[in-house]
Design a protein around this ligand. Structure first.
Ligand code: TMP
Length: 209
């Protein structure tokens, strides 16, 4: 049974997800929430090992890669996310199901039916209450990622792929407006954080506004 709030941040590379996750956590803590900030792939020692494996050496098969993400997610859900939610804590996760739908599904060609079946098996019913999609022109995001020295193998892909990623996140957000909010990430960190707070306060914690 899920009791606490589950919030995810999604978007392409260099959009500022981890910065915004941290700022939101700080603000929620001030408002009296117990907050767990975590990320995918990763979030547990085993899932972090799977992350290292995936990021260091891309599997040849997109399905193999997809199943590695799914294994990391299953571990993360049972060891961290579900126990925290059941204890009434707020969980903020940097990437979750939408990254899989967009990267593995839209871009790397894993069948949508397989993605949804595994999502049903591994994730349901722990669907985020709120997903914040940070939207940014990929040329700006990639420049930011390059400046901070965190270019992954995905970052180095052709710019068209990053345009597809951006469009993939926007399409999901538009088709699930009850769960998702799109926020323009081309502005200053503080302005974006204010919009994130407005979305969270309006949907999840009106008493804390
Ligand atoms: P990060 O750069 O946000 O830490 O994420 C690592 C990479 O993993 C990023 O390029 C996106 C990718 N990824 C997927 O392809 N599928 C997924 O399900 C997740 C969670 C991440």
């Amino acid at each position: 049974m899920k009791i606490g709030h589950f919030i995810t941040f999604e978007g392409g590379e260099g959009v500022g997800k981890s910065t915004q996750a941290r700022l939101l956590a700080d603000r929620l803590k001030v408002a009296g929430h117990v907050v767990v900030v975590t990320r995918e792939p990763g979030g547990t020692p085993l899932a972090e090992k799977i992350r290292d494996l995936i990021l260091q050496q891309r599997p040849k098969s997109p399905e193999a890669e997809f199943l590695m993400f799914a294994a990391a997610r299953a571990e993360h859900l049972s060891a961290v996310i579900r126990p925290a939610l059941e204890a009434g804590q707020t969980v903020i996760c940097d990437r979750f199901i939408d990254s899989t739908r967009v990267y593995q599904g839209d871009v790397f060609g894993v069948e949508r039916a397989l993605i949804l079946a595994v999502e049903q098996l591994v994730v349901a019913p722990t669907i985020p209450d709120l997903t914040i999609v940070l939207d940014l022109d990929p040329t700006v995001g990639l420049k930011r990622a390059a400046e901070r020295g965190t270019l992954s193998r995905y970052d180095k892909a052709r710019i068209e792929i990053h345009d597809d990623l951006r469009q993939g996140f926007l399409t999901i957000a538009q088709s699930e407006p009850d769960r998702c909010v799109i926020i323009d990430a081309a502005r200053s960190v503080d302005v974006i954080a204010a919009d994130v707070w407005t979305a969270v306060a309006a949907r999840l914690v009106p008493a804390c506004g």
